[in-house]
Structure formats: C-alpha cells, structure tokens
Design a protein around this ligand. Sequence first.
Ligand code: PMP
Length: 297
Amino acid sequence: MATIPFDDRDGSIWMNGGLRPWRDANIHVLSHALHYASCVFEGERVYAGEIFKLREHTERLIESARILGFRIPYTADEIDAACKETVAAQGFKDGYVRPVAWRGSEMMGVSAQATKINLAIAVWEWPSYFDPEERLKGIRLDMAEYRRPAPDTAPCKSKAAGLYMICTISKHAAENKGYADAMMLDYRGYVAEATGANMFFVKDGALHTPMPDCFLDGITRRTVIDLAKARGIEIIERHIKPEEMSDFEQCFITGTAAEVTPVSEIGPYTFTPGEITKTLMNDYMALVNRTGSVAAA
Ligand code: PMP
C-alpha cells in the first residue's frame, strides 16, 4: 500500500504553542518518550469540518498524562483551540486529529522528573470511504496471543503509547494470517477489546459488552451505549468468557477510527450482522453527520 510518509507531507503541525511547517515538527533521537514510552496521545475524527466529541478527547488526553505522572502545560480550552486551529490550517473537511504529549530530552534515564512536556497536534485527511453494504459483510478477527494487562501491572486507563506495543505485535500477527485485526482477552481470560476498538455482541435482542475495568472505555463505546439506550435496547456490561461467543448472534467493534464496524468471525466463532448492528451503524453515522445508511432488512 503506497502512502505518503508521515514525515514528508505538506501543511502545518501545531507544536509547543503554535503552527510550524509539517516537515519541521521534529524531536531529538534522545527524547525520553522514544526510549521509555513517556507519551500519551488521542485519536479524533473531523466530520464536515467539526471535531467529534473534541472536549471528551481533550479531557482524556490530560487525564492520560496525569496517570503517567505529568501535566500537559495547556488548559483544555487551549488544547481544544489548538486542535481547531490545526484543522482549519490543514483545511480538511473529513480528517483525523492526532494530539500527542511526551517527555522531552532534558534527562535520559528511567527518572525523568525534569523533562519538559511537549504537545503536538497533527491533522491528516481521512476521506469518507464508508460503504455501508461493503462494511456489513463484517471483518474477521484473530484471537491475540497477548492479553490486556492487569490494572496493577500497567496504567490501563491511560491512552499511553507504551500500551500499544502488544497491540501492534498482535495486529501484525493477525494480518500475517489474513485477518483484519485481533481480539485481546484480559489478564483474567475475559473478552477485552480489539487492538484499537471496543467490542459489542448481540444476543436475544440485548447488547453485551465487556466491563471496561482494565482497558479503555472508548468515547465511541459510550456514544453507542447512549444510542442503544435511546432505542430501548438493553445493555448488559459484564465479564464475558470467550466460549460464550458461540451463543452470540452479532458482533461489532466501536472506535473513533472503526466507528461501528460489524465482525463476521473471531477465531472459531462466527456472527451475522443483523438489525441491531445496522440500526446502531446508521444511528452513529447520522450523529456524526455522515451520509450513507444501511437498508433495513
Ligand atoms: N481501545 C483501544 C486500545 C483504542 O486504541 C481505542 C481507540 N482510541 C479504543 C478502544 C476506542 O476508543 P475511542 O472510541 O475513544 O476511539
């Protein structure tokens, strides 16, 4: 897949207080974040020029940093304004926003008390390639070898770069076997999440979703729960054993990037996208102002 390298694009990136030319938004090789993963980030979507749930993402970014023990030197209002400024500068109507905060180069070692906290925001185009009928076929997920770590093992409520190491390994292993993504269990062996999205299942007209007690309680996840409640669909948040997947009829994942994406297979388990999945796909698309809907069956 030919993509333009991310360090060689036109436009501007907001970095440490203002916009600078895209190719000049660089860090030194001796940055603490690169060596010790002292880095947190967000992933946001721009729909028709508006960043969806911007404040919630900004608050999660600040909280992710706080969990890692550092304070981003900007207020939520300032970060929101910087995100909007970057979107306006890039001029994309449909795009992806990546705020990232990290410890700099002032110290090199596990201890990093005196490092400067940096913040950058990049925006890239993400056109609306959504084809509902194509998406309804569902994606295939592998079962990941790695598990989500226990809360006393890693800062699992932070959207921290370091937590994605096992996601990239798991996703690569899945892709090498022809799957789109991998589903991870948690440290107890319960169903947890995909490598960058939350999980939902449908059984007897109700939605079942894992309790987010050791992984990200996604903003899309919470949005979809609200949409389901508005439709009178019962939501059951609980621990789910992998073998229960044989009784589930439908499955979908949710995330800023994934939106609502039906799943047709997870390892040995198969699912058929049905009415509830279609309804929530359509409701989510309507909420984010995207065109295209799935025909009712
Ligand atoms: N889990 C992980 C590991 C993720 O990276 C993401 C994407 N941020 C999610 C869940 C979904 O979160 P959100 O809906 O806030 O994008």
